[in-house]
Design a protein around this ligand. Structure first.
Ligand code: AP5
Ligand code: MG
Length: 223
């Protein structure tokens, strides 16, 4: 109990200089929560998935290197991802949100060598809910905003509320690829829950029965 309230104090003091990791399975709502935190606190949002998808769509050499793994739902090598994130973090002066990183123990350990005090928000949800959310997801390829046909539809069908661009289904949002992503999550990313719990910086939120705005308010301590 004392442990839980210490972690909650750590998280609930979120502000513009906070350093946060969003941890959880595919479609647990990392991007959705990050959007709301960024709008409130002007934190730098670093989403490894978004960075990779931008390389794919602009067909950079790096994009071509990772294309197959991304399309199959496999993880990109620790070395490539960690270098990319650490490089990006060197340019960030204030607070940040890491969305999708770290996702393996080697990634977490390397990050810890450079930043030893980062709050971790664990968005907990079961596999069945993940698959339901995934089938309705629509994403904006331009600004990265995320919607859902069932749970949080855009105001105008097929159009991003944020920037007015068309909404698309992600290439990795198929049942087959989602099952692979979930398998990777359970094998390689789930051990991070224990790792961060031992460091005393993890707070878990059960998100199955909550809508995105309720989760946001709970995370910032308003609900
Ligand atoms: P990435 O893009 O990070 O994919 P992911 O982890 O599978 O997570 P998603 O983006 O699919 O889901 P999300 O948690 O952001 O949920 P969202 O907010 O969209 O990574 C893609 C790939 O890149 C990986 O497979 C891997 O290949 C590679 N990669 C990335 N990082 C890597 C790393 N560190 N190491 C190695 N490889 C890496 O929400 C999902 C849907 O649910 C939306 O439709 C949303 O509207 C809806 N929703 C959200 N919250 C709720 C709610 N509370 N109730 C109902 N609906 C909700
Ligand atoms: Mg995401």
């Amino acid at each position: 109990m004392a442990y839980m309230s210490a972690c909650l104090r750590f998280i609930s003091s979120i502000g513009s200089s906070s350093r946060l990791i969003l941890l959880g399975p595919p479609c647990c709502g990392k991007g959705t929560l990050a959007q709301r935190l960024v709008a409130r606190y002007a934190l730098e949002h670093i989403s490894t998935g978004e960075i990779f998808r931008s390389h794919l769509s602009t067909r950079t050499p790096f994009g071509e290197e990772i294309r197959q793994s991304m399309q199959e739902g496999k993880l990109i090598s620790d070395h490539l991802v960690t270098n990319l994130v650490l490089q990006k973090l060197r340019t960030v002066n204030a607070g940040f949100i890491l969305d999708g990183f770290p996702r393996t123990l080697p990634q977490a350990e390397e990050l810890h060598r450079h930043f030893d005090r980062i709050g971790v928000i664990h968005l907990d949800v079961d596999d069945e809910t993940v698959l339901k959310r995934l089938s309705g997801r629509l994403s904006c390829g331009s600004c990265g905003s995320v919607f859902n046909l069932v749970f949080c539809p855009p105001k105008e069908e097929g159009v991003c509320d944020g920037c007015g661009e068309s909404l698309l289904q992600r290439l990795d949002d198929t049942l087959e690829v989602a099952i692979e992503r979930l398998r990777n999550y359970h094998q390689q990313s789930e051990p991070l829950i224990d790792y961060y719990q031992k460091l005393g910086v993890l707070t878990s939120f059960e998100t199955k029965a909550l809508l995105p705005d309720q989760i946001f308010r709970r995370v910032i301590g308003e609900f």
